[in-house]
Design a protein around this ligand. Structure first.
Ligand code: CP3
Length: 388
């Protein structure tokens, strides 16, 4: 492997739409899940993040952050204040594209992630979703009869503005920045539909899954098929990689984890792979403990996202030695900044060394995070030297 010198935040930060390549890092492909043998594309034509998602080691690693767009940015709050509500913002392509691009512009990150929400899928299926100011999402707690009322006819027209956002963002990005699409994992989306809000432990959902397994499986199946259609449409509109946020994965026993997380993910990943050979899928089974190992090895995703609590030293030896990993800096260390941040950055870089690694947080940016700390994080990662 050859390793280039560091790329600075400054030089990446000013490259929106310039097309200048200054992230050329010659490396060979260690792991090519496309079965194509050595890649023949000129390296500078492939975006750094995509190279890692396809199994290559790039150092310093590409960096983006979960929830990189949002309330911690004053420019987000300004756009948000003008929107009628959060759903209006997600369905206004011009504003959604603008807030998607804000963190990329400010920090020169390696990826833009579509600005939307995992609950836009049930919304698109006609399920009533609203975001109450200061309360988060509110939905009517799902009754069994609601499952057959999901309105598939509405899906295409409802997601049209989200797809337009993707097209707009893609056409504004430079040649080195990757556009990530996403959806919630079916189980996590079901949690919000059944409990109706961000309830601690999602007790109604877990009781529903045990009390009415047939109906719960039908709900998961419907959401799985809708997720396939939704992610397919996102890729056709211009998403270059996709991520499945299974944020509630940690609530399940190993057996239910197989039925409601691994099986639906495997179905989504295989449908997706058969149509889009070469578009990487990142799976993020948050707080799943050692279930993450079975997920990484059997769910069919190409890249595994680690949450804050996942210890790469424990998990890595249990996974295919070449699987790219993403994560997992503690968002609280980012909020605190200074020495805590510098120490945590060094520890994360060392923990993933020798692996294809995408630098990210272990969960989303906290709303109280000072934006300067994100700039400092990008600087620390881009100026890092290979851990010894
Ligand atoms: O990462 C990004 O920058 C892209 C946008 C994005 C949002 N939500 C925007 C958002 C993404 C990828 C999500 C995913 C999401 N949404 C998840 C999975 C990841 C995770 O955090 O575990 C979940 C569980 C949700 C559901 C959700 N949406 C909740 C619980 C809340 C309220 C809590 C909160 O953080 O405000 C939301 C609202 C939401 N989604 C906001 C944003 C920027 C805040 C809305 C506002 O501006 O008022």
């Amino acid at each position: 492997m050859w390793i280039s010198g560091p790329v600075t935040a400054e030089c990446r930060g000013t490259r929106l739409s310039t097309g200048i390549n200054n992230h050329f890092i010659p490396c060979f492909f260690r792991y090519n899940f496309y079965g194509e043998g050595m890649n023949t594309e000129p390296k500078q034509a492939v975006k750094p993040l995509l190279r890692v998602l396809r199994g290559e080691i790039v150092f310093p690693p590409p960096i983006w952050l979960m929830r990189q767009a949002g309330r911690y940015l004053p420019e987000y709050r300004a756009v948000r204040a003008k929107a009628k509500d959060f759903i209006a913002l997600c369905t206004d392509p011009k504003s959604a594209a603008e807030v998607t691009l804000q963190p990329v512009r400010r920090f020169g990150l390696d990826a833009a992630i579509l600005f939307s929400d995992i609950l836009m899928l049930p919304w698109a299926l006609g399920y009533p979703v609203r975001f109450a100011e200061g309360e988060g999402p509110l939905l009517p707690p799902l009754q069994p009869a609601d499952i057959d009322r999901l309105d598939w006819k509405r899906l295409d027209s409802a997601i049209a503005p989200i797809l337009e956002t993707i097209q707009r963002v893609r056409s504004s990005l430079d040649s080195q920045t990757t556009l990530i699409g996403f959806a919630g994992g079916p189980f996590t989306v079901a949690c919000y539909m059944v409990d109706g809000k961000a309830a601690e432990g999602f007790p109604l959902t877990r009781a529903f899954a045990w009390r009415r397994p047939e109906e719960f499986s039908r709900l998961i199946e419907q959401l799985t098929e809708a997720t396939i259609a939704y992610l397919r449409a996102q890729v056709k509109a211009g998403a270059e990689a996709v991520m499945l946020f299974e944020s509630s994965a940690g609530l399940l026993s190993p057996r239910l984890f197989s039925d409601y997380v691994i099986a639906p993910t495997a179905r989504i990943a295989s449908a997706f792979r058969s149509e889009f050979h070469g578009i990487p899928m990142i799976g993020f089974p948050r707080l799943a403990g050692l279930n993450i190992v079975r997920y990484g090895n059997t769910a069919g995703i190409q890249v595994l996202g680690l949450d804050t609590t996942a210890d790469p030293g424990v998990i890595m030896p249990l996974l295919s030695s070449e699987m790219p990993l993403q994560g997992n800096l503690d968002p609280m260390a980012l909020l605190v900044g200074q020495r805590a941040l510098a120490q945590e950055v060094a520890a994360v870089l060392a923990a993933f060394s020798g692996r294809p690694h995408v630098f990210n947080l272990g969960h989303g940016v906290l709303p109280e995070t000072p934006p300067q700390h994100v700039a400092e994080l990008v600087r620390l990662v881009r100026s890092a030297t290979v851990p010894s």
